[in-house]
Ligand binder design. Structure first.
Ligand code: NAD
Ligand code: ZN
Length: 243
């Protein structure tokens, strides 16, 4: 069934927040190095070093409190406010809340968020104040202590929000646009969200100072997110007929 109105799907990665001063995954000068990641981002072993896990994500959360959304977050938020959540779908791999703070009404966090904890014993997710973001916080529902972890998707852990990625891949129509901004496409690879047929579309756009999989995109803007999204403003207005 064809939708009458075009949809803009935006898949963002760490590069979207880079100009806010949040380090990206691989270029972070050690914060996210492989050794650290194996210890703090591993669903099989995190229980063996709970205090290190909470320390690590607690630090990331504190960092987040000290940064502001940039104009790329703001532009995406304005697009979603102007054209609606049914026409502008924001999917992000980021665990920060900068899109929300920029005013975006609906953000799908594929890898969870830094402002919640989750209980692996009973499946509850719960928001906590920064003071309670510690290894000593118990699940409000089942009182588990050892089962509680940051609500960030670890390696070898289920990522339930990936159903949205599968839906996007399946539901996208010829008149819809897909924008990938600030992702190295290593964690969520191109094949996962773009079918071979979709690669032919002229409405595939990428913004990244070091673009990847360039053949799959009709437009590759080799710039930062702030400038790149500014350059796309006209195309987005055309997509929605400027109304
Ligand atoms: P990545 O770190 O693997 O890739 C970042 C990409 O951003 C790179 O391709 C880089 O060239 C590009 N980039 C750098 N500066 C940019 C800019 N100014 N504008 C646009 N692009 C820029 O990130 P990923 O693909 O999102 O995957 C990494 C994983 O790390 C994700 O799962 C994410 O959850 C996590 N992560 C999140 C944050 C955050 O929440 N802010 C930060 C670091 C890592
Ligand atoms: Zn519980």
């Amino acid at each position: 069934m064809s939708k009458t109105q075009p949809v803009l799907y935006v898949l963002s990665g760490a590069g979207l927040s880079a100009e806010s001063g949040v380090p990206t995954f691989r270029s972070a000068g050690g914060i996210w190095d492989q050794h650290v990641l194996d210890r703090v981002c591993n669903a099989m072993t995190w229980k063996n070093h709970r205090s290190e896990v909470f320390q690590f994500y607690g630090d990331r959360r504190k960092e987040m409190g000290g940064v502001e959304p940039n104009d790329a977050h703001r532009r995406l938020a304005v697009w979603q406010q102007r054209w609606g959540t049914h026409r502008v779908k924001l999917l992000t791999q980021n665990v920060d809340d900068l899109l929300e703070r920029a005013g975006a009404p609906e953000v799908i966090h594929l890898h969870g968020s830094l402002d919640k904890l989750q209980c692996t014993a009973c499946g509850t997710f719960f928001p906590v104040a920064i003071e309670a973001y510690t290894e000593h916080t118990r699940c409000p529902k089942c009182d588990s202590l050892k089962g509680v972890k940051p609500a960030v998707v670890f390696f070898y852990e289920n990522a339930p929000m990936y159903t949205h990625v599968a839906k996007m891949r399946h539901n996208i129509e010829d008149h819809d646009a897909m924008l990938v901004v600030g992702s190295s496409m290593q964690v969520v690879p191109l094949e996962q969200f773009m079918s071979p047929r979709r690669r032919e579309s002229i409405l595939n756009w990428q913004v990244n100072p070091e673009p990847v999989d360039v053949d799959a995109f009709a437009v590759n803007l080799a710039t930062g997110a702030v400038q790149g999204l500014g350059e796309l403003e006209e195309k987005v207005q055309q997509l929605f007929g400027s109304n």
